[in-house]
Design a protein around this ligand. Structure first.
Ligand code: ZN
Length: 310
């Protein structure tokens, strides 16, 4: 996959390409940003380019190094991931053994530490030695979506690259390239600029659509009584596995309509509060169906003029 096939973060791709072209590649980078915005893809393509033996051709993929890289068989490249919940000191030590062996195919060696914030403190301290005295051929890329868990001593040794969430237009482009049908503009809002989120949502797109239909009926006052409300929001009862996400979507839908209907601002705000309350209850394992019942009663109260408390 070449840089131009990876959507978003153009400036970063450009800077990394320049570092390669000008031979100003640093020994250690930290790629920071939320999940699902291309940090891993860009890190991996950056690695391929660093190791490539034919730098004239930006999209080479045909030299010995690229061929080995593309078949996950390049001895000068290593990715490490959490083993269970953490990246342990033993993993860092194993990596370090490889760090100090000279490159075989290329004239550099690249190491990617994914979810690097999951390194134990011990592991981070061990890594620090390598960051402080890197062999001249070494490049390490730490990837993280939660840099707070990385030691300052580690962070200060890395060139920090901040990845930004994708625009809705970029998400749409990705969707159409990957045959993902975006049924509602509000789905784009829900993605928060993350392709990872889009893919997660797409797995359950029918549930999101049903929820949106329910919310629209409610807002357009097409629901006559609580039975109809429960019926229209049946998807909430059926979606225990993704209920937190669906409730977040319900919040997004409420916010979208707040701006359109200023006079009704309060009932939307009250509903959002109820949704948040329900999310908390469900986290603390309150009876599932009862929590949804309760939410729908409260929502119905807000949106049914006759029952309205105000
Ligand atoms: Zn190559």
């Amino acid at each position: 996959m070449n840089f131009n096939e990876i959507i978003g973060n153009s400036k970063i791709k450009q800077d990394l390409q320049e570092a390669i072209d000008n031979n100003t590649i640093s020994h250690s980078y930290m790629f920071v940003g939320i999940d699902g915005i291309g940090k891993r893809l860009i890190a991996k393509e950056f690695a391929r380019k660093i190791l490539c033996l034919n730098k004239q051709d930006k999209n080479c993929n045909t030299c010995d190094s690229c061929i080995k890289f593309n078949s996950s068989n390049n001895p000068d490249y290593l990715e490490i991931y959490p083993d269970g919940n953490s990246i342990k000191i033993a993993q860092v030590r194993q990596m370090q053994e490889k760090v100090y062996q000279k490159p075989i195919v290329s004239n550099k060696k690249v190491f990617i530490i994914d979810d690097s914030e999951k390194m134990t403190e011990e592991a981070q301290n061990a890594l620090l030695k390598t960051l402080e005295e890197p062999p001249e051929y070494m490049v390490i890329i730490l990837i993280t979506s939660n840099e707070n868990k990385l030691l300052n001593t580690v962070k200060s040794r890395c060139i920090r690259i901040n990845f930004i969430p994708l625009t809705q237009k970029e998400i749409s482009t990705y969707a159409s390239k990957n045959q993902i049908n975006i049924t509602s503009q509000n789905i784009l809002e829900m993605c928060g600029g993350s392709i990872g989120n889009l893919e997660k949502i797409n797995e359950n797109i029918d549930s999101y659509n049903k929820l949106e239909q329910g919310v629209m009926k409610l807002i357009e006052e097409k629901l006559k009584n609580i039975v109809e409300v429960m019926d229209s929001f049946n998807i909430l009862y059926e979606s225990k596995d993704i209920i937190q996400d669906l409730l977040d979507y319900m919040t997004v839908l409420m916010y979208v309509h707040i701006s359109k209907e200023k006079d009704y601002r309060q009932k939307f705000l009250n509903t959002i509060r109820q949704i948040e309350e329900t999310k908390r209850r469900l986290y603390s394992n309150t009876n599932y169906d009862m929590s949804i019942d309760n939410l729908l009663f409260k929502v119905w109260e807000e949106f049914n003029e006759n029952n309205s408390r105000s």
